[in-house]
Structure formats: structure tokens, C-alpha cells
Design a protein around this ligand. Structure first.
Ligand SMILES: Nc1ncnc2c1ncn2[C@@H]1O[C@H](COP(=O)(O)OP(=O)(O)OP(=O)(O)O)[C@@H](O)[C@H]1O
Ligand SMILES: [Mg+2]
Length: 502
């Protein structure tokens, strides 16, 4: 038997003359979880796409179980045991869950698709990973987390030797992550080599065995995770230290209310939500996937229509409950689902950042030079890695696309920002930059609602944390020295005294 189930040697790749990978390498043992780590744009996803043959390599070799391979299509890769779950979803939204799971490998009976068997088989895999929806549900009806779980179910139905998970936990919370880790551990026990890409440092150490670090498309080092620390990994990856300690908020003004929400209910999803946030406050919304956090945000901004709720920005009552009215009153929402709501990926970085803002406010004539300058300003501020302001957003790495979403809304100079999972898919160095930008916003008098499934960042950033469960506020916690991740998680899982402090 070979030492390595997968070897990638001296892989190089350019896009439009720009070198994205240069002599990249990766060696994965059977039965190990091999973490691939690097900043946004370091080339991780590109390396993986070369493995699955979604992209063609310019140089280098790939070996599976010691045998050189050169897959001609992703299907050939899957047939040879190499399955990839991509960072961006690859599902057909107009098909049912079970159809997606068995797409291209349908159960046949007398030449016809055997729907019943596909449904029964899908259900088995869905149960295994804890995806509790009907197999006949349309994928478009699912949440981000559930779509991700369909991807996982789809991959594990094949006879997989190498499984790549490109940021599988970016959209799921701790409880689902534990479930995923159980699945990964059982695949490991069967000798599957797992390549695991994530920007959540704490989980890498928990699930990973070895780690390959990449920087600027090149190999930096492969280390045993047991023998290293998160600090050391961060240094190898970004070249500096990053702190996750809570930053003291000196800008909060407890005498001024920035946003008040009263009696907000919505269909069966949200029940009697009441809270207010102060000027300069960062107010966290924690809870499991499906707890209603995104729905709450969409009700507040008027995308979903509520009846009987009172929403006030400063002292101004929002009467129309509509998105234009909300934006006019300087409250904006940064969506968690950048592909569906945040970005038009076939448009340029410039068009995504500057155009909507200029059109909305019409303060400035549509001046291309100004648009380019604004875009450049944000490219620098957020360190967006793009070849030019005119590059199509779809050519940017996942994390850099997320930064474009943030830039687009920062341009608006709002008083209340609702950030929905703002650092999903963002590397640890860039996260720190986004946190600094949030601090800049509150320093200038804005307030922030931060929806986050990452309790490390909730603890670092938020002044208070509302924990939601099944569409209700279970509690609102002060982020003082007594608060721990466990306390938040216990409320999210098991509830507590409803509407305490509301
Ligand atoms: N189709 C493409 N056309 C042009 N450039 C591309 C294309 N795909 C990727 N790139 C560029 O290659 C570089 C590496 O991108 P890649 O997606 O591999 O990064 P990554 O390490 O996966 O980052 P992230 O952590 O943000 O997902 C980026 O600068 C990106 O803009
Ligand atoms: Mg990527």
C-alpha cells in the first residue's frame, strides 16, 4: 500500500497571465484529515479544482494511491473516488433534495428512474448527517446550512477515497459541525483521505491531523497539528499575530437608542420579539441554524412584511415597512448568502460596490472615474484581492467576494448595520480587518446588529448577545467577564426564561 492516498506535485496555474499557483504541493495519507490553510486568495480552491479537473493544470502531477491520474472531467474524478464539496453550492435549486443527491447516478429500474428507491436511499444518508427535511423538498426552499448538508449527503453516497470539504462549516453552527465531525471520523476510520479547508482555526485543531499551509499560491509547510498551536498556524499563514480577546467598547452611548423593535411576530417563524439597541452598540444575535435570526433581520428591514410590529430608527417610526424606507432611514442589511442576494457575480467589482450606491443616492453624477476611485478605496481598505476594479466578481476567491458585499454596504454610511454572518469564509487576518472596520463604524456613531454562528467572534465583538431559539428571544446576555461560549450554547440548545430583560 502506498504511503499517500493522494499526492499533488509542483502544480502551477495562471489566469490571464497572473500566476495563481506556483509549484503547489499536497500529500494526503489514507485515514487522515489533512487541513489546507491559507489566506483568502492563497489558491486553496484553485488547487482543489485542479484535483477534480474543474480547472486544467499547466504543470505538475497528481497521484491517487501511487498511480498518476489526469482526470478529464469531474465525473471521472468522482468515478475514481475523488469527491469535492465546493465552497459555493453546486446544487440544482429547482430539483428536490433526493434528485440532487443522486444526480448523475440515479437508481434505475427497467431503464427508468426509480424514484421510490432514490427517496428511500437519500433518506438514509440524510438521517446519517441529521438533515431533517423531506427528501422531496425543493433545494431552493432550504436554508444555507441545509443546502450544505445536501452537498455532504451527495458526496458520501459514492465510494469515496479522497473527500475534499471546502469550507463545509462556514454556514453551519456548532451542533451541526459536531455531527459533521462524527461523519468525518467514521470516513477516516474507513481509510478515506479527507482534505479539509476552513478559516475557523479552533475546529482545524479539533478535527485535523496534519496541515499544509499555502501563501500566494505556493507551498509554505506541512505540520503535525498536535505539535503546533493556533498562534503558530496564524503566523505561518498571515505572517503576524491576531488576537481574539474582547475589545472594550468606549463608543457606546446608553442614553441614546438607535433602534427599537417592539412586538415583532412573523408567520409561525418569529414570536413577539422586543429589544432596543443603543448608539455605538454591537448587539449579537446567536442561535442555531433555523432559530430565526435571518428572518428577524429581514423583517426589521422590511423585506418580509410584518403586522403589528413597531420599528423605530432613532425616534423615527418606520411606517411603510419597506426596504427603500429602511435604507432612506440609514439602516442596511448585509446578507449571509452572497451568491443569491449580495452580489451579481458576472458584474465587475466596481459595478457591485459603487453603482448601487450612486444610483440610490444620486448625489453624484454617474461618473466612472469617481466609481473607480470609490472602488479602489474599498479594495485598499478591505484588502480585496482582485486583479482590477473591473474584474468580474466571480473570478475572486470566496472570501474576497464576501469582502465585496461588505464594501458595497459600507459605502452607504448607515446608522444601523445588520451584518449577517459577515466573516463567513473570511481568513483570520481579514476577519481582524473586518472587526476593525466595525469598530470604525461604531466610533463614527453607528450601531451594529451582528448575526454570527461563530461564538469566538460573538464573544470578541458583541456588547450584548440575544440568544434565539425557535423564533423567540430566549435571553439577552451582557458580554461581561461571566459570559462563556457554553452559556450561549446552552441557551441556544435548551432555552431558558423567555424575554428576560426585554
Ligand atoms: N476563474 C478565475 N479567473 C481568474 N482568476 C481566478 C479564477 N479563479 C480563481 N482566481 C484567482 O486565483 C486566486 C486564488 O483563488 P482561490 O479561490 O483558489 O483562493 P482560496 O485560497 O480558495 O481563497 P478563499 O479562502 O477566499 O476561498 C485569487 O486571486 C482569485 O482571484
Ligand atoms: Mg476558496
Amino acid at each position: 500500500m502506498n504511503d499517500y492516498i493522494l499526492e499533488m506535485k509542483n502544480i502551477s496555474k495562471s489566469f490571464f497571465g497572473i500566476k495563481v499557483l506556483e509549484n503547489a504541493q499536497l500529500q494526503v495519507k489514507p485515514g487522515e484529515v489533512h487541513v489546507l490553510l491559507g489566506e483568502n486568495g492563497a489558491g486553496k480552491s484553485t488547487l482543489i479544482k485542479i484535483l477534480s479537473s474543474a480547472y486544467k493544470k499547466e504543470a505538475g502531477q497528481i497521484f491517487v494511491n501511487g498511480v498518476e491520474v489526469d482526470f478529464k472531467s469531474p465525473k471521472e474524478a468522482i468515478d475514481n473516488g475523488v469527491s469535492v464539496i465546493y465552497q459555493e453550492f453546486n446544487l440544482n435549486p429547482h430539483m428536490a433534495v433526493y434528485e440532487n443527491i443522486y444526480l448523475g447516478k440515479e437508481h434505475l429500474r427497467k431503464g427508468l428512474i426509480n424514484k421510490k428507491e432514490s427517496i428511500i436511499e437519500s433518506e438514509k444518508y440524510m438521517k446519517l448527517i441529521g438533515l431533517n427535511v423531506s427528501p422531496t423538498t425543493l433545494v431552493s426552499k432550504l436554508s444555507v446550512a441545509e443546502k450544505q448538508m445536501v452537498e455532504i449527503a451527495k458526496a458520501i453516497t459514492t465510494d469515496v477515497k479522497v473527500l475534499v470539504l471546502d469550507e463545509p462549516t462556514a454556514a453551519i453552527t456548532d451542533k451541526e459541525t459536531e455531527k459533521l465531525f462524527d461523519i468525518i471520523r467514521s470516513l477516516k476510520a474507513k481509510g478515506v483521505g479527507i482534505i479539509y479547508i476552513s478559516h475557523r482555526m479552533s475546529e482545524l485543531v479539533e478535527i485535523g491531523d496534519r496541515c499544509t499551509i499555502m501563501r500566494d499560491g505556493a507551498f509554505v509547510s506541512t505540520v503535525e497539528l498536535k505539535e503546533t498551536s493556533v498562534d503558530e498556524l496564524t503566523r505561518l499563514m498571515v505572517g503576524r499575530n491576531v488576537s481574539f480577546e474582547k475589545i472594550e467598547n468606549k463608543f457606546i452611548d446608553k442614553d441614546q437608542v438607535a433602534l427599537r423593535v417592539e412586538n415583532l411576530s412573523f408567520k409561525k417563524l418569529l414570536k413577539n420579539i422586543n429589544f432596543e439597541i443603543n448608539k455605538g452598540e454591537i448587539f449579537g444575535l446567536a442561535g442555531l441554524v433555523g432559530a430565526g435570526r435571518t428572518e428577524l433581520a429581514k423583517c426589521i428591514i422590511g423585506e418580509y412584511k410584518t403586522v403589528g410590529a413597531t420599528i423605530k430608527i432613532r425616534d423615527h417610526l418606520l411606517k411603510g415597512n419597506s426596504v427603500p424606507e429602511t435604507i432612506k432611514n440609514k439602516m442596511v442589511y448585509l446578507s449571509e448568502d452572497r451568491k443569491d442576494e449580495g452580489l451579481i457575480t458576472i458584474h465587475s467589482v466596481k459595478e457591485n460596490i459603487a453603482l448601487p450606491n450612486l444610483l440610490k443616492f444620486k448625489k453624484i453624477l454617474l461618473n466612472d472615474k469617481k466609481m473607480i476611485n470609490t472602488t479602489k478605496e474599498y479594495i485598499n481598505k478591505l484588502r480585496i484581492r482582485t486583479s482590477s476594479p473591473l474584474a468580474e466578481v466571480k473570478t475572486l476567491s470566496g472570501g474576497n467576494q464576501q469582502k465585496v458585499v461588505i464594501a458595497k454596504w459600507l459605502c452607504l454610511n448607515a446608522d444601523v448595520y445588520i451584518f449577517d454572518e459577515p466573516t463567513r469564509g473570511i481568513d483570520v487576518g481579514a476577519r481582524d480587518e473586518i472587526y476593525a472596520i466595525m469598530y470604525e463604524l461604531i466610533k463614527n456613531g453607528a450601531s451594529i446588529i451582528m448575526i454570527s454562528s461563530d461564538l469566538v467572534e460573538v464573544m470578541k465583538m458583541c456588547d450584548r448577545v440575544a440568544v434565539m431559539k425557535e423564533g423567540q428571544f430566549v435571553t439577552i446576555l451582557e458580554n461581561d467577564e461571566h459570559l462563556t461560549q457554553e452559556i450561549i450554547l446552552t441557551y441556544a440548545l435548551h432555552g431558558g426564561n423567555k424575554n428576560e430583560e426585554c
